[in-house]
Design a protein around this ligand. Structure first.
Ligand SMILES: [Zn+2]
Length: 330
């Protein structure tokens, strides 16, 4: 197979990677890898063709054509993917639940229907195709800086300059202004730390022994350090997994499939708590719980024994209804 599927939410839903079904917003590491693969293929190359099914983008292309510009760099900011072209033009996309970027060798048959194509960027050797990407915008450096949507990101966990100390400072500063906000909600807030998605949110809280419903004011500095350290380690490990499998023109990569935090090889063994409600905690044997959390009602998984409650009132309780084994992550 000659194509790379960089981030394919539909594949998660349809088959192999059912692990994330129903909650399948790509994580920051997924977008990071997509950006890196795109950078490797089309970075520094001259655009030889541009197509779009979106009137808004087509208009910009009519006024200031993409063809002839150089792809200066491809970069991820949390869950946003940015393609910088020479002459101060930036294509900004967000995959949300449905979108994906594919890379094809020139002339190769697409694996998705043309009707779903939103953007095609061609260079001499490659076609980068965005399918079903719900948010796509052109920006200049200036309009990007002013955009309230595209993060003026929090610290990007995968950035080279990221340090545990810097991440902790960020959490600490946020806690001072938002002392009652629950920690797992903060872990998902891309303006605090950029990159963590819903899966890692639960995994990181578990690894640090922190109950995800605790208010920020109850979180100690040591716990912050542990969470930031683990977050960085998990994200880096998953990115590294991706590298070894991304070989140009060799195989399809679905980045959803190989996320892993437990160091076990079997895919069902990969995650500590995410998607495991009603099953035994891998560490202590207690029953893993799930509860919807925050205004967005994202699923949060935790072990009530390994992640004890600290705070006012009763410990939060979640659903523990047994999930048929094999249904999740198989
Ligand atoms: Zn436990």
């Amino acid at each position: 197979m000659n194509s790379l599927t960089l981030c394919d939410a539909s594949e998660m839903e349809s088959g192999k990677a059912r692990l994330l079904r129903g909650d399948s917003m790509p994580e920051g590491d997924t977008i990071y890898r997509a950006a890196r693969a795109l950078q490797k293929a089309i970075g520094g190359k001259v655009v030889t063709g541009f197509e779009t099914g979106l009137a808004k983008l087509a208009r910009v292309n009519d006024d200031a054509p993409l063809v002839g510009r150089v792809v200066e760099r491809v970069e991820s900011r949390g869950k946003w993917l940015l393609i910088f072209f020479s002459g101060d033009l930036i294509l900004v996309t967000h995959m949300l639940m449905s979108g994906s970027w594919h890379l094809y060798r020139t002339g190769e048959r697409w694996r998705m229907g043309r009707a779903r194509m939103r953007v095609v960027i061609r260079t001499a050797d490659w076609e980068a195709v965005a399918f079903n990407v719900p948010i796509t915008e052109f920006h200049t450096a200036r309009s990007l800086a002013r955009s309230s949507q595209v993060p003026m990101l929090g610290l990007d966990i995968l950035a080279e300059e990221f340090t545990v100390e810097g991440g902790v400072a960020r959490l600490d500063a946020y806690a001072k202004e938002n002392s009652e906000t629950e920690i797992a909600v903060v872990l998902l807030n891309q303006r605090v730390l950029a990159g963590l998605g819903n899966v890692y949110k639960s995994e990181v809280a578990f690894a640090a022994g922190v109950n995800p419903f605790r208010a920020m004011r109850t979180i100690t500095r040591q716990e912050m350090e542990k969470m930031v350290e683990v977050a960085q380690r998990y994200m880096k490990a998953n990115v590294a997994d991706g590298v070894s499998t991304v070989k140009r023109g060799e195989r399809i990569v679905t980045y959803s499939g190989n996320r892993r935090t437990t160091h076990a090889m079997d895919r069902e063994e990969r995650l500590w708590v995410y998607g495991r409600q009603g099953q035994e905690c891998r560490r202590c044997g207690a029953t893993v719980m799930m509860r919807k959390q925050g205004v967005q009602a994202r699923s949060t998984y935790w072990c009530p024994e390994c992640q004890p409650w600290v705070g006012i009132g009763e410990a939060p309780v979640g659903r523990v209804s047994l999930v048929r084994r094999g249904k999740i992550g198989s």
